[in-house]
Write a protein that binds this ligand. Sequence first.
Ligand code: PAF
Length: 293
Amino acid sequence: MNFAIVGPGAIGSLWASYLIQAGHHVCLWSRNSSPHISIQRDECPAIQFHNGHTEQLAQADVVLVTLKAPQVQHVLESIAPHIDKDAILLLMHNGMGTAKATQTLFPNNPLLLATTTHGAYRPSSTQVLHTGQGQTLIGAVNQKGTQCEFLVEVLNHALPQVHWQHQINQALWNKVAINCAINPLTALHQIRNGELAAVHYRSQLDSITTEVALVMQAEGIDADAQHLRKTVNDVIEATANNYSSMEQDIAHQRPSEIDFITGHLIKTARTHGIDVPVNEQLYHAIKQIEQSW
Ligand code: PAF
């Protein structure tokens, strides 16, 4: 198949490398203006990818969008004229809230959302390390998307495990819950994920997950506060040495994904008349830092 990877950061580079190795045609669309981009994954030989070719983008059967949530709308607007009307759009990023604008831009394309737990790290712009095996869950947003379940087999062949989710919102909310707990706190205190295991953070993490569980339940999503809290603890332990993506964004003065994580929670809470004061306080603290730059 022809794949286009839009936003080849760590996760996008990982997929590009595994998809080409599985025999697919893969092109990149990056803000880097060079016509070729080389990616070396782990100890494998480096591979050259075409980058920024509109003709190749137009031939893509699948457009895998691995941009960060805040960049999705504006980059997709810029490439929309080059995307085939039958191309499958697959968005894979932290947070929620980009599907609606994407559907408006591409009303006739199959639209899928994905969440992944693979660990990837880019020590340089031409290298990617696959730092942790994970799984990828994908599911449909629109009617045409429901006909794309076959993609699970294609992707699974390249980078397992991939599973189809009939309720992708459940999987996305579970991930949002983890990100609401870990990302703002690690970003504010500039600490590794593992440091959140300290007693000092316990009551704040309890309140965050209780608030998230209430909003999820109001949305009709299965959620149990204690279960979410345990999952958060498991992720803190499993990723103890990592810096979260938001910690990194704040450390490097880049706009974070807060609007699509805690911001999405707050917006959804409002529609149900639910108060989420602890999450609101964290949201404003991150926004304040971003506005101070
Ligand atoms: O955003 C991140 O960094 C990751 O989603 C997670 C799970 C919090 C691990 O660092």
